[in-house]
Design a protein around this ligand. Structure first.
Ligand SMILES: [Zn+2]
Ligand SMILES: [Zn+2]
Length: 251
C-alpha cells in the first residue's frame, strides 16, 4: 500500500536542535519502492525504531542541504548499501549536496551509489518506478531548495518563502500535499512558510488531502498544530492533518 511515514515533524534550527520533536524527514512507499526524503538528525535511529530495514531503501532524496534535512544522509546511505556491499541505492539532491565546500554527502559514500541525480527546476528524474520532478526552485536562505512531485501524486512543499509563482508551478489536485509549515505568522527575514501560506496553497491547489509538518519552535510552544489543521480543513474544504512523529498517512 502506497503511504507516507513521518519519522519526525520538527522544522527549523530551534525546533530540531532543541529537540522539541523528532526530525529525520519521511519515508514514502511508492509503486513498490521505498524512498527516504530529507534524512535529518536521528533518521537512522528512527528507521530502526520503526523496524524499517535501511537496506530496503531504494532512493534517498534531499530537498536542500540544511542540516535538519540532511545530517543523517551519510549514515542512511551507508546502512542502505550495507556498508557499500549493495550497489542499488540512488540519491537525488541539489548539486551543492554533492559538490563544493558545503557538500553534505561524503565522497566515499558517493562511490556506493547506483545512481546520482541533480535536481533542477522543471527536470524529472526517475529510479525504480519512482519519478521525482523538481517542480519549483524555492527562495530559502540562498540555498538551492526544491518543491518535489513524486509520481504526479505526492507534492512535497519543502521550506520556502511564499511566492505566487507556486500557484502556477505546483500541480493541482494531487493525492497528497505535504507542507513544511514552520511559522505561525510571518517573521522577517525568515524564509519559511506560515499557516496562512499553507492556507493559500491548499485552497488554490485543492489536493485531495494535505499534511502540515516541519513545525518551528514558536509554533509548537504557542499553538496546537492539530487545532491549526482543523481550522484549515474548514476554511479550505480539504482534509488537513497535522503530522505527528511516526504518523502514517495513506496515499
Ligand atoms: Zn527545514
Ligand atoms: Zn532549510
Amino acid at each position: 500500500m502506497d503511504r507516507v511515514v513521518f519519522l519526525g515533524t520538527a522544522g527549523g534550527r530551534a525546533s530540531v536542535f532543541r529537540y522539541a520533536r523528532r526530525a529525520g524527514g519521511f519515508i514514502v512507499y511508492l509503486s513498490g519502492s521505498l524512498v527516504h526524503v530529507d534524512p535529518g538528525p536521528g533518521a537512522f535511529v528512527y528507521l530502526h525504531q520503526l523496524s524499517i530495514d535501511p537496506r530496503s531503501i531504494d532512493l534517498v532524496v534531499l530537498s536542500h542541504i540544511h542540516l535538519d534535512h540532511s545530517s543523517d544522509v551519510n549514515a542512511v546511505l551507508e546502512s542502505a548499501t550495507d556498508g557499500g556491499k549493495l550497489r542499488r541505492v540512488a540519491l537525488f539532491a541539489p548539486r551543492p549536496a554533492f559538490e563544493g565546500e558545503n557538500r553534505v554527502v561524503l565522497p566515499f559514500i558517493r562511490e556506493r551509489l547506483a545512481q546520482e541525480g541533480f535536481l533542477r527546476e522543471g527536470l524529472e528524474l526517475s529510479y525504480r518506478g519512482v519519478r521525482v520532478k523538481a517542480v519549483m526552485k524555492h527562495t530559502h536562505h540562498a540555498t538551492d531548495t526544491y518543491a518535489l512531485l513524486f509520481n504526479d501524486r505526492l507534492l512535497y512543499v519543502s521550506c520556502a518563502l511564499y511566492e505566487d509563482r507556486m500557484l502556477n508551478l505546483y500541480p493541482k489536485g494531487v493525492d497528497l500535499m505535504i507542507v513544511n509549515t514552520t511559522l505561525y505568522r510571518k517573521v522577517v527575514p525568515i524564509d519559511h512558510l506560515t499557516v496562512e501560506d499553507a492556507y493559500r496553497l491548499i485552497v488554490n491547489l485543492k489536493p485531495r488531502k494535505a499534511v502540515l509538518t516541519h513545525f518551528g519552535y514558536e509554533l509548537l510552544m504557542q499553538h496546537d498544530p492539530k487545532e491549526l489543521a482543523m481550522e484549515l480543513s474548514k476554511r479550505c474544504g480539504v482534509p488537513v492533518v497535522a503530522a505527528e512523529d511516526f504518523m502514517e498517512v495513506e496515499l
